[in-house]
Design a protein around this ligand. Structure first.
Ligand SMILES: *[C@@H]1O[C@H](CO)[C@@H](O)[C@H](O)[C@H]1NC(C)=O
Ligand SMILES: *[C@@H]1O[C@H](CO)[C@@H](O)[C@H](O)[C@H]1NC(C)=O
Ligand SMILES: *[C@@H]1O[C@H](CO)[C@@H](O)[C@H](O)[C@H]1NC(C)=O
Length: 379
């Protein structure tokens, strides 16, 4: 696909531009905040779980803090991020508390928080029960991590996974590491930044939605085959969130009154549907022995939450809890930002990401499919 870069200067929304402005105007103070390292308490509970480990790939919906360790402005390891995390710690998770990654680990009885792979202090226990390779700002379109500043792209995450496998072999031996790789649950979330931003900023002129969705799903398919080639057997892929209804999309693309940006939702629905079919196709393909896949739909339940917030105890559906709630995220949501009095009333924590409460509800909607995957046997 031909790259068709738009002039970033002309797009007020996009993060590079905002980050640039911010860094220039508010200077090193924020930046220093942004690079502060944090310690995450990673309690490992002994499990009776069928899965050995949980291994996570993709974007900020699942990233538990890898961007803390790389040069990027897409960070969140500073207050008020993490204010409802155990100990009130900002960990690099883009929320007030834990994420879907953590809740899956907890629900499977493996551990209550999934450490980022790039944390240099990981212990053997952490590695054998699962880590997170996801990186906020990433996506299937190679243009996405370029637009969002350099973060591990999906192919780079696969390289990190290869490195992890080598470490595991050294630590626990060939046979045991093979067993861990084959008995783990793999969870991917990617596509959000592509259908939420990159398409509308850089691809629209050169590609219609249908072709772009096909392109993304092709990338997803390649990634899943590569994971299978390395030994993965149980692979779950999240749908996108309702990208057109995140506060930043409403602000930038929605127009007067900040309605949802329907075009982004349309593209998300298209991508999700094609992805669902592709996952079934891979699952049924005899060329991929023992591969089981499942599509985890978070779009539909999130859409319902946005339509009927009162059913879930939410009050605000259009704004993030951080700052004005209309545009702030990453370094724009920082220690100078005020926050809402109770994040539990909000679906969105910042202008792009959900609150812990919303993530917890979404996790409860996908656990059935994860459990089903665990018991699936491919003949
Ligand atoms: C987590 O580990 C710390 C240190 O070992 C311990 O003090 C704390 O009680 C543990 N928390 C849970 C929830 O197990
Ligand atoms: C598929 O699973 C079966 C049963 O666990 C195992 O014997 C076989 O070696 C596996 N095949 C591959 C290619 O992993
Ligand atoms: C926040 O709101 C939730 C639900 O609306 C409520 O259960 C909780 O007690 C509130 N917390 C505070 C600190 O007010």
């Amino acid at each position: 696909m031909a790259s068709n870069r738009v002039s970033l200067e002309s797009i007020i929304f996009f993060i590079n531009f905002f980050f640039f402005l911010l860094i220039v105007t508010t200077g090193p103070l924020l930046f220093c905040q942004a690079v502060t390292k944090t310690m995450v308490p990673e309690n490992v509970t002994v499990s009776s779980a069928a899965y050995s480990a949980v291994l996570i790939f993709g974007d900020s919906i699942l990233d538990t803090g890898n961007n803390n360790y790389i040069e990027t402005l897409v960070k969140s390891n500073f207050h008020p991020y993490g204010e409802d995390f155990p100990g009130g710690l900002p960990t690099g998770r883009f929320s007030n508390g834990r994420l879907i990654s953590d809740f899956i680990g907890e629900n499977l009885g493996i551990k209550a928080s999934l450490p980022p792979y790039l944390d240099p202090n990981l212990q053997v226990e952490d590695l054998v029960t699962g880590v997170c390779f996801a990186s906020a700002g990433s996506g299937y379109d190679p243009e996405t991590p370029m637009l969002t500043s350099s973060v591990p792209s999906i192919p780079n995450q696969l390289n990190l996974f290869r490195q992890y496998m080598a470490k595991l072999r050294t630590l626990v031996g060939e046979q045991k590491s093979k067993a861990i790789i084959e008995n783990s649950l793999y969870v991917i979330s990617a596509g959000n930044n592509d259908v939420g931003a990159t398409y509308f900023l850089a691809r629209r002129k050169s590609s219609d939605m249908d072709s772009y969705a096909n392109f993304l799903v092709g990338q997803a398919s390649t990634f899943i085959r590569q994971l299978h080639g390395l030994g993965a057997r149980k692979i779950a892929h999240l749908s996108t969130i309702v990208t057109g209804c995140v506060p930043a999309s409403r602000t930038v693309f929605g127009g007067i009154g900040r309605p949802c940006f329907e075009e982004s939702n349309d593209l998300a629905i298209m991508f999700n549907e094609k992805l669902g079919y592709e996952l079934e196709r891979l699952r049924d393909d005899a060329r991929f022995p023992n591969l089981s896949t499942t599509f985890l739909d978070v779009y539909t339940p999130l859409f319902d939450i946005i339509q009927r917030p009162e059913n879930y105890g939410f009050v605000d559906v259009k704004d993030g809890c951080c700052g004005t709630g209309e545009l702030e995220f990453a370094v724009l949501c920082n220690h100078l930002s005020s926050t809402c009095t109770n994040a539990s009333n909000y679906i969105f924590w910042d202008s792009v990401h959900l609150t812990e409460k919303a993530y917890k509800i979404l996790t409860s909607k996908i656990m059935k499919d994860i459990n089903k995957l665990q018991n699936e046997i491919k003949c």
